[in-house]
Write a protein that binds this ligand. Structure first.
Ligand code: DX5
Ligand code: ZN
Length: 221
C-alpha cells in the first residue's frame, strides 16, 4: 500500500499556523494531523474546533483530528462542523464510560458524514478494538503515550500494527487505513510500514527539519 504522511501541527508554532499549513501544502503532505488535548485525558491542552475551522479554508488536504479527550461524544459535533475529514477517538476514554460508548461515538462521527477511527495507547492490546473494525475507516496505533511530541518510538507498536493489519485482512478489510503516531522518523518509518502502517504521523521529524519536503519524502521512502 502506498504510504501517506500526516504531519502533526502539534509541533508547529501556533502563532504562525497559517504559514505552517501553507508549507505543508507545498511540501507534499497527504493529511494534516490535528492533536486535540483536553488537560484531562492527557495533561496538556492544545486547541479545539476553532483551530480546525480556521485551518479548513487554508488547505485541500484531509484534516485528521486525533481527539485525546474525555467524553469524546460531546465534542464530535463541533469538530465535524469545523470541517474535520476524519475523527479518531481513544478506546481508553470510551471504555471507562461504558462498553458501548466507543461504537456509539464512531456511529455519531459517521452520522455527520465524517470518517471515523479508534485509537489504542501503547499499553492497550489492539485486540480490544477488533470488535469495531467493521465500522472504522482507520485505526490508530499509538507508538508513544499521548500528550507530547518529540518522544521516543515504543517498539511494541510494531506488533500492534502487525496484529491490526492481519485482523483487517481477516475480515476482508485489507485496504483499511492503519495509522501510527509517535516518534516516527526516517529511521523507523520503513519498519512501521512493513509492520502494516500505511499512514505515518510525524511531528518533530517534519517540523524539526529545515526542509519539510525533504523530510516528508524521506519518511515516504
Ligand atoms: C502525541 C501526539 C502525536 C505527536 C507526534 O500525543 O498524538 O501526534 O504530536 O509527534 P512526534 O512525531 O514528534 O512524536
Ligand atoms: Zn496524534
Amino acid at each position: 500500500m502506498p504510504v501517506k504522511i500526516a504531519p502533526s501541527i502539534l509541533s508547529a508554532d501556533f502563532s504562525r499556523m497559517g504559514e505552517a499549513i501553507a508549507k505543508l501544502n507545498a511540501a507534499g503532505a497527504d493529511l494534516i494531523h490535528c492533536d486535540v488535548m483536553d488537560g484531562s485525558f492527557v495533561e496538556p491542552i492544545t486547541f479545539g474546533g476553532q483551530m480546525v475551522k480556521n485551518i479548513r479554508p487554508l488547505t485541500r488536504l484531509p484534516l485528521d483530528v486525533h481527539l485525546m479527550i474525555e467524553h469524546p461524544k460531546t465534542q464530535i459535533k463541533f469538530f465535524a462542523e469545523a470541517g474535520a475529514d476524519i475523527i479518531t477517538v481513544h478506546y481508553e476514554a470510551c471504555a471507562k464510560i461504558s462498553p458501548a460508548y466507543l461504537r456509539e461515538t464512531l456511529q455519531l462521527i459517521k452520522s455527520h458524514g465524517v470518517k471515523c477511527g479508534a485509537v489504542v495507547n501503547p499499553d492497550t492490546d489492539v485486540q480490544k478494538i477488533f470488535d469495531v473494525f467493521d465500522i472504522c475507516d482507520m485505526v490508530l496505533i499509538m507508538s508513544v503515550f499521548p500528550g507530547y511530541g518529540g518522544q521516543k518510538f515504543i517498539p511494541s507498536a510494531l506488533d500492534q500494527l502487525k496484529k491490526a493489519r492481519a485482523y483487517a485482512q481477516k475480515i476482508g478489510r485489507g485496504d483499511m487505513d492503519i495509522e501510527v503516531d509517535g516518534g516516527i522518523n526516517a529511521n523507523n518509518a520503513a519498519q512501521a510500514a512493513a509492520a502494516g502502517a500505511n499512514v505515518l504521523v510525524a511531528g518533530s521529524a517534519v517540523f524539526g527539519s529545515g526542509d519539510m519536503a525533504a523530510a516528508i519524502s524521506a519518511l515516504r521512502s
